[in-house]
Design a protein around this ligand. Structure first.
Ligand code: NAD
Length: 456
């Protein structure tokens, strides 16, 4: 492992990745490698959790291809030094920001979107001129193996290497000195990674989870709201970091929303979702047991059927839920949707604020005052007004959390910047300079410096 990191660092230090043509070659090869091996990757993800071709294309491959295209198209512009204003004190002079690659970076992925969460950051890191070690999640064992097999055959380990392993291997890897660590996963493990990085003063981006609420107001279009909530929640069987974790619905429209959500579950997945080709499985027994333990049978409004052998949990709606229930204590990360009613918005917002800052938040309303109130009073990573999950699919928006849901952000240019240090440069000539900044200091000089420094 040490040799791998040292070799990558030597390659970086030799200046290879500074060259934009070389970076471009790497990204083109990356795209070809992905294209050539799509069917192998599809088989692997099907074996991991029954994820089909449509789901995989939309939520995994499409995002990686998009990032590759964007990086190939814009890399030169993103990597170029940018001229910025120079203040009066530094005149005559020019100021620039030079983005420079960090060096050797480690990308640790989560299992729920195993390709996208490992490969999108890797694309940004390569575009920014870094060498990359990817550590995919061991829980999605087939996709981890497929990525290691495919990418380690296509790329020199000096520039890109997929290192498989679980807790033990990651712990060892984290003892090495990296120039940047990009982690996607739970808040708990994010803390472990952050501590390990701190020992080496390594900068980190943490893409974590949390309980993401969806607010539904009486003036919302309930039909569209129900469709978008059901889609966002049961996509990937609820195993999505930005899935609406729970619904806060106004008491006046609660019953109607429940009925409509039930109808959309039936429309999307049929009366027997077990047979649906559009519905996937829980990743493993541990998560299956954790999730089934959260189903309070008395509170099931719809669904609730489970099959341990097949790791299947039906899309399930729960009602009459309160903030004290077990299901409201941690991120659910599965196909269970608790619905909590509210009457006074201020109280509802207070309850949400009492929990950790969510990764996402959704508001369904036509009223600017409702929207403004929620936006102004709850801190969260990002979200949508009148939709769920889709903000993630607009790469012009930075994607990341805040507080316990993460730090830093990526996607497109934000991804490039996430893997770049912004080097600040002031360039001066030899002609004029204000001599009053030099000693010996006098009262007159102080008067001048005060005047000049107050001008930007
Ligand atoms: P996890 O934290 O268990 O694992 C993530 C990675 O950390 C894996 O590669 C794993 O091997 C490694 N790991 C696990 N334990 C470790 C330890 N003790 N020391 C070092 N490394 C360790 O998370 P998960 O189960 O793979 O993913 C689910 C969580 O990730 C959810 O909370 C979800 O919300 C979050 N998530 C966030 C995003 C995001 O973009 N913000 C995306 C997907 C998932």
């Amino acid at each position: 492992m040490r040799e791998l990191v040292l070799n990558q660092r030597a390659h970086f230090n030799a200046g290879a990745t500074q060259n934009l043509a070389y970076r471009k070659e790497l990204l083109i090869k990356f795209r070809e490698t992905l294209q050539k091996n799509e069917s192998l990757f599809l088989e692997a993800i099907k074996a991991d959790f029954h994820k089909g071709a449509f789901d995989t294309y939309v939520t995994e491959f499409a995002m990686i291809y998009h990032e590759l295209e964007q990086a190939l198209k814009n890399m030169k512009k993103w990597a170029a030094p940018k001229r910025v204003k120079t203040n009066v004190l530094n005149q005559p002079g020019r100021s620039y920001i030079y983005p420079e690659p960090y060096g050797t970076v480690l990308v640790i992925g989560a299992w729920n979107y195993p390709y996208q969460l490992s490969l999108v950051p890797a694309v940004s890191a390569l575009a920014a001129g870094n060498t990359v070690i990817i550590k995919p999640s061991e829980l999605a064992a087939h996709t981890s193996k497929a990525m290691a097999y495919v990418f380690n055959n296509a790329f020199s380990p000096q520039v890109l290497y997929v290192h498989e392993g679980g807790v033990e291997e990651t712990t060892e890897l984290l003892k090495e000195k990296f120039d940047k660590i990009f982690f996607t996963g739970s808040t708990k493990v994010g803390g472990i990674v952050y501590q390990a990085a701190a020992k080496q003063l390594t900068p980190v981006t943490l893409e974590l989870g949390g309980k993401s609420p969806a607010f539904v107001f009486p003036d919302a279009n309930l039909d569209v709201t129900a469709r978008r909530l059901v889609w966002g929640k049961f996509l990937n069987a609820g195993q999505t970091c930005v899935a609406p974790d729970y619904v806060m619905v106004h008491a006046d429209v609660k019953q109607k929303l429940l009925e409509k959500m039930k109808a959309y579950i039936q429309q999307f997945f049929g009366d027997n979702p077990f047979d649906s080709q559009s519905y996937i499985r829980i990743i493993n027994e541990r998560n299956f047991d954790r999730l089934t333990g959260l189903i309070d049978k008395e509170k099931v409004y719809y669904g609730g059927t489970c099959n341990k052998k097949e790791l299947f949990i039906e899309p399930t709606l729960l009602h009459q839920v309160s903030f004290d229930d077990a299901i409201m204590q941690d991120e659910i990360f599965g196909p269970l949707l608790p619905v909590i009613e509210f009457t006074a918005l201020e109280d509802a917002v207070k309850k949400v604020r009492a929990l950790d800052k969510p990764l996402a938040l959704y508001i369904f309303s036509k009223s600017e005052s409702h929207i403004d109130y929620v936006m102004a009073n709850i801190s969260f990573g990002g979200g949508c007004i009148n939709d769920t999950v889709m903000h993630l699919a607009n790469s012009y928006l930075p994607f990341g959390g805040v507080g316990n849901s993460g730090m830093g952000a990526y996607h497109r240019k934000f991804g490039f910047d996430c893997f770049s240090h912004q080097k600040s440069i002031l360039k001066k000539g030899y002609s004029f300079e204000p001599l009053f900044k030099y000693p010996p200091y006098t009262f007159d000089k102080l008067k001048w410096i005060k005047r000049v420094m107050s001008v930007s």
